[in-house]
Every structure is written in C-alpha cells, then in structure tokens.
Design a protein around this ligand. Structure first.
Ligand SMILES: Cc1ncc(C[n+]2csc(CCOP(=O)(O)OP(=O)(O)O)c2C)c(N)n1
Ligand code: SF4
Ligand SMILES: [Mg+2]
Length: 351
C-alpha cells in the first residue's frame, strides 16, 4: 500500500511559533500503525513538545531501531535528520552521530523489544556513558511488529491475547537507567499527554542522558484483560509522583503553587522544571530512593509515572572525553592535519 505524503500547503492563518513554524511543519508522513496504537499518541506529544520549544526541525536527529515503535520517526518531524538502524543497534549509531556533531538535538525512539530484548546491552551502555539525548521507549510489553510475542518488559504472570501466562521476570528499563547513571529518568503513559509533553520538553532541555519509558498499549496484541500494558490496566494503576510544568529560559514564570508543594529545578540551559508533588514520600533528587520506590510499588502492581529522577548538575560524554566543540564535518584541513611535527609528538607520547 502506498501512503501519500501530507500536502505541504498550509492555511496562511495557522499560528506560528517563535522560529516561524506552524505545528504542521513538525508533522511527518501519514501513520501506517493500527488505529488506536499508543505509539501514534507519543508521536503527537513529540510534535507538540518540539513546536512549543521552538526547535527548528532540521536541528533534530531522530534515530530508531526496528519495530512498530521504531517506524514512528517517519510520522513526525519530516524535515529532521533520520536514521533507521538495525534491531537494537540504535544506541551505538546515536552515540557516534552525537560524537561527530554535538550541535543537533538527538532523539532516540525505540521499543521494549528493541531496547530490552535484543538491544539491552546497547541500552545499558548509552545510559552509563551519559550521551546527551532524549531516549524514548514506547513500551507495550510485546513485539508488536512480529505479531505480539511477549517482550522482556512483560510482567511475570501477565497473559497474552491467547491466554498464555508469562513466566519470566520483567526487565525494568527505568531501574536500569537509574542504576547506570542516566541523569533524567521518567515514566509516562501514551494516554496522558498532559504529563508526557512537559516530560519530553524537560528531557530535551536536559543536556545529558534523558530516558523516558512510555507505556504505550498495543491495541492489536496486548490490550486485553490479563495484560498489564493495556489502556484499562494503566488507567487503573497509574500513580503519578508529581505534576510537571516546563518553563523555557526567558519565559516569565507564571505557575503559582502553595509554599512547600512545589520543587523548582533549574536545568543547565536555564529552563525550570516546576514539580508539584503529588506524593509526600517521593524525592526526585535521590537516585537510590527512586530505585527502591519504583520497585516497591511495581511489586504491588502500581505503575509509577512522572519525573522519577533528575540531576540538574549534569555533564555529558563530550565533557568526559574532552572532544572538540566543532562538528567534525566543519573542521578544515588545518585542524584535521596538524602537520608532521605535531604527528611525531603524538606518536612519541604513545610509545
Ligand atoms: C536481528 C533481528 N531479529 C529479529 C527481528 C524481528 N523483529 C522485528 S521487530 C521485532 C520486535 C519489535 O518489538 P518492539 O521493539 O517492542 O516494537 P513494537 O513493534 O512492539 O513497537 C522483532 C523481534 C529483526 N527485525 N531483526
Ligand atoms: S501491532 Fe500493536 S504496536 Fe504495532 S501498530 Fe498495531 S497496535 Fe501498534
Ligand atoms: Mg513492543
């Protein structure tokens, strides 16, 4: 089946953002996913976040692996750079691209199969290296594209559409990201745009390894009773730890909350995340308590969502490796070939 691109002609009165783009400029091709798939709502949230953040589409590099989730970069930001890698290998491609050119905003989109099954090793290493990116896993607990086998994030005891009980323990990507050093860790739900959009905006402004696990129901293979990744289950068991407001640098802070209820966290670019606490016992600045909290509540069948951990004093892989600030494709011969004397000095230092 051929899907024609959406027409590029826009109504002249469509509102534009501060960099002159309409919301339509952030769209991509027509989605070929099943009607009602959670993944399409996440694409909508990414479009909304980028438009509101005044990000020029061509300043974004969107990368993915294989799966229904990994197809979605085709359905948003049609004018961004894109790379659809092989299954589970998006993190190494993203790391390489980021090291070659730090000037783009890196957005990795993956699935639970792509990141927790075949790509688990790659997922772990990109988190521990602190690559400056937004990494979104569209988590439905199944391999949607290959017809609904359990993925590694499926909960033990949950049932497949045909009634088979999953006997394996789940991989919790949030727990792994927290343990391995990601500096912005969140969980959300594709059906909660109010929570998801500010989380994506906060992650985009973060400046380090930002991970968002988004429960995204697969309506075709994993939306029945017995599934813990269905719309009904997540709506009934969703416990948000905070309500989040993202305030861009230079924007007047208009959100007002009662004293003691709000934690305002300033990020490296000057943006502010106002976290309105919904649970008194939750502290998003404590990595170790966050790990225990998420695990304890998961054992009770609760899906804890919101901004789970944030380190405002973030550094990234470029700082650790002391790389040059210029994108490699902008370096001239003089920079790339420093001459025989410099080369001899480098060789001597390695002997
Ligand atoms: C190396 C390799 N092994 C297996 C496959 C088959 N395959 C394609 S997509 C997929 C799983 C996708 O699951 P997930 O990442 O959760 O994406 P979803 O479709 O659920 O959004 C598998 C196993 C493949 N394409 N390549
Ligand atoms: S099979 Fe599932 S994950 Fe894939 S498009 Fe359909 S609903 Fe979405
Ligand atoms: Mg999946």
């Amino acid at each position: 089946m051929t899907y024609l691109p959406k027409p590029r002609l826009h109504h002249p009165t469509l509102p534009k953002n501060a960099v002159g783009y309409t919301r339509r400029d952030y769209e991509g091709k027509v989605s070929t996913l099943c009607a009602g798939c959670g993944h399409d709502s996440i694409s909508g949230a990414i479009i909304e976040a980028c438009w509101e953040m005044n990000i020029e589409p061509h300043r974004v590099a969107k990368l993915s692996g294989i799966g229904c989730s990994s197809k979605t970069p085709d359905y948003f930001l049609g004018d961004a750079h894109g790379f659809n890698s092989v299954h589970g290998r998006m993190p190494s491609v993203l790391t390489g691209a980021n090291l070659a050119n730090r000037d783009l905003l890196y957005l990795g989109v993956s699935g639970d199969g792509d990141s927790a099954s075949i790509g688990l090793g790659q997922f772990a290493h990109i988190m521990r290296r602190g690559v400056n990116m937004v990494y979104i896993v569209e988590n439905n607990g199944v391999y949607g594209l290959t017809k609904g086998q359990f993925s590694a994030t499926a909960d033990k005891g949950s049932k497949s559409k045909k009634g088979v009980v999953n006997s394996d323990s789940p991989v919790d990507l949030v727990g792994i990201a927290l343990q391995l050093g990601a500096t912005f860790v969140a969980r959300s739900f594709s059906g909660d745009k109010e929570q998801l959009v500010p989380l994506i905006k906060g992650a985009m402004a973060h400046g380090g390894a930002a991970f968002i696990d988004v429960i995204s129901p697969c309506v075709t293979f994993n939306n029945h009773g017995g599934s813990t990744k269905s719309y009904d289950y997540v709506r009934q068991h969703n416990e948000a730890v905070c309500r989040i407001d993202f305030i861009a640098p230079g924007t007047e802070i208009t959100a007002r909350y009662g004293a003691g209820e709000v934690l305002a966290v300033r990020q490296h670019d000057g943006s502010v995340l106002n976290l309105r606490k919904l649970r008194d016992d939750y502290d998003p600045s404590d990595r170790y308590r966050a790990m225990t909290y998420v695990e304890t509540h998961a054992a009770r069948g609760e899906v804890i969502t919101g901004l789970l951990y944030l380190d405002p004093l973030v550094t990234d892989l470029h700082a650790a490796l002391n790389t040059c600030a210029e994108p490699l494709n902008a370096l001239g011969v003089k920079d790339l070939c420093p001459g025989a004397t410099a080369l001899q000095r480098i060789n001597a230092s390695l002997r």
